[in-house]
Design a protein. Sequence first.
Lengths: 425, 476
Amino acid sequence: MEATYQLDFAQELKKCVRCGKCRTSCPVFHELRGESASPRGRLALVKALQTGELEPSEELADRLYTCLLCKTCAVDCPSGVISDEIFVAAREYLAEALGQPLMQRALLRGFLTRPGLHASASSLMRLYQKSGAAAMLDKTHLIEHLPEKARAAARLLPDVAGRPGRKRLREVTPAQGEKKYRVSYFLGCATNLLYPEVAEDTVEVLSRNGCEVVTVDDVKCCGMPHLAYGDMETARELARENLRALSDAGSDYVVSDCASCSATLGETYQHLFDAGTPEHARTKELADTVYDVSRFLVEVTGIQPGEHQVEATVTYHDPCHLSRAQKVTEQPRAVLRAVPGVEFREMAEADRCCGSAGSFSVMHHDISTKILDRKIDNVEATQSELVATSCPTCTMQLSFGLRERGSEATVVHPVQLLARSYRGE
Amino acid sequence: MAAGTATVTAAALVTDMVKLLGPERVFHKDVDLKTYTYDSSFVSQINNFTPEVVVMPTSTEEVSRIMRYADQHGVAVTPRGAGSGQTGGSVAVRGGIVMDLSAWDDIVEVDEVNMQVVVRPGVVHAELNNHISSYGLYFPPDPGSSEWATIGGMVANNASGLRAVKYGNTGQYVLGLEVVMPDGQVIRTGGLKSKALKSVSGLNLTGLFLASEGTLGVITEVRLKVWPKPPSRAIVVAYFDRLEDAAQSVLEVFKAGILPSGIEILDDGAIRSVNLFKPQLKLPEVEAAIFFEVNGSKAATEDEGRQIEEIAKRRAGSVEMATDAKRMKELWTGRQAIGAASARAKPNAARIFAGEDVCFPMAKVPEALRRIKEIGREHDTMVVIYGHIGDGNMHTAPIIDPLKPEEVEAAQRVAEDIHRLALEIGGATTGEHGVGFVRAAFMEEEHGAALTVMRRIKDCLDPKGIMNPGKIWAEE
């Protein structure tokens, strides 16, 4: 059993002593309780696959996909088992052995690789919401008769804005004041489609902090969804295209407001190519320049404090791909503290996964919702008006959870509050 | 399914279990059964102990019904908690039913005034202590696996841990048990309605089930004595250039009339492993470190901490006293993690659990430490030593490449020799992890005629031999 995702199964799996510590922190295991839902159980299944004791099967794939890839087990593991990377590599092997479902393949290869289709999708989603179809489905309870996953997706979907982010941003936004850096803004798919106002605010904040911002037009999806579904071939192709586009932009830094995008560009790309190849060297070079926007503001430009009061109580949820994948936890809080008027309230278990995990919230809606419940309990305990987070799928999930509870709290990106403070809103 | 006595097919067994529990709490697919073939023991990783079915009961009545069925059909039943044991105790070496009790985790009662709690077997040790801390109470035994080990498993193995030197093992806190016997009968030990903290009424049946490792019945409820939580603690860490000096310092602390709540040793490999896992700890990389924990009133912990500091300085190169909560947590959790983290002592290697919790007489600890190192060198195997030096209970971790058969073989010889060493110098083959599957071969030598009495008790309570067969007793 081999994986093209640079990983030697036998060498990595041998580190697991099966102590069981990962049962403690896995959000999925906490809900399901059977051993095959624990990271240790999944590792045992991958080992059985590797040794030939088990054959690839849909059931085995189901156990390996019932994982958030939240990295909690990997970060906590005393033996240093990189469980999430092992699961990703095993998914690649299973995708090849079992084939990918047609719809999944169409989404990963046909849609996510083509940014040009995103604007049309946005219009369609907006039509669905604004024509009254969405409200009608909900009001008449017809939504209950949709297939489970479609129903979940319909419930999770936020109000889709009129124009995607890419159409709202200039190709080059000049720095306000002295230009310190030229920065490529990597606009992720979810931010572009669902939260274009975050994109606008990110660019404004970067500009206000002395950056000339290039919105690189021909970047593609970062490839995270493809990696999660074991489609390494497409992920690798997307990585090549993004490496080229970002290199052509000739900036000092690459900045993203999406935790998953910055984690993928800055870390995961290195696993996609053989060490010693020119492509691998380019991923290393890219990694040195990729920053999450909060980290960039704190570590590179320094934060120009907000000018106007933004009176709000705010708590913060750590996205897995920022806190565990990039060890970025203090910087988003520092951004929030730089906003005058903000009263920051730390929530319990702020770095516990919210259950979103990309499409996990749709594909495993029941489990995801249970995980989300605990997160929303922790949010509500702070009695904050706003929940800040740095990931669009976390934003979607948290917003869904708050809506379901009838809460008036809303979800924002930390840079949005800084932008509001600059603008005096 | 139970030493060849089962009268039901695997398919029928699954069907019947589903009838008893419903489909959600019965696992029978290959992918699920595979995840119940192991615990932490290396022996379970190189064998294939697959059960026919896994059940997850969450009531005494369900357990009783399953046991009645198993008794009627001669099906083996292996109770299991978190599967964090290191001896193969919770794997089904004779097939049959694995009974996963880890989801049954209700804290039934916290009786603050009578200083006791009643819990179901799946309650995790750390979660119990988190829960009762708001009452100012705590359950003192402190296994390294505190965050995931279950109370049921701790009772079934009479486990202990980092604070056994002062507080002893789990058994000292068990006031009574609810047990489902192999034929399904439900009994309560320690008195049907008792809330007493002491009882010598009748034979000590509670004691009989301690460390019985699921071979006599299924523990379904535990009544535990809990203690007032000490308001203060301190940790003194002493770093020694010679392993023997570390051991001598422990004896000198006792001679000064001090009984620390924990005394833990880390050898050079263990120190290196902890530093690699938790770099922020920055432990000096010497031949041995001793962690002394003291607890009690603030004045007492400060006084005893200072005394230990002075005593340790006579032999130690450097000594650190921590009273800051953050630093103490870092040190203690760093120590707790060594079990699995010890693999980091050697690149491209793994730690295996084999021969890992021998207990030596205190007077022989310095000699034992030296001889364990010699055994490792003799078999060309790195052995990381850490553990509860305050009561002579040492963990010895062979660090090998498990993909290399010659290294596996050498590690097994190391484990064998370490067990023999324990018996030779008046120690015990297991201080807290239990016998399970891996130490059954030493029982005759360790216990002599007493083993025959143990067998008679087993035969009397479990005449069909369905409870966790293949454990404790090497089968004839």
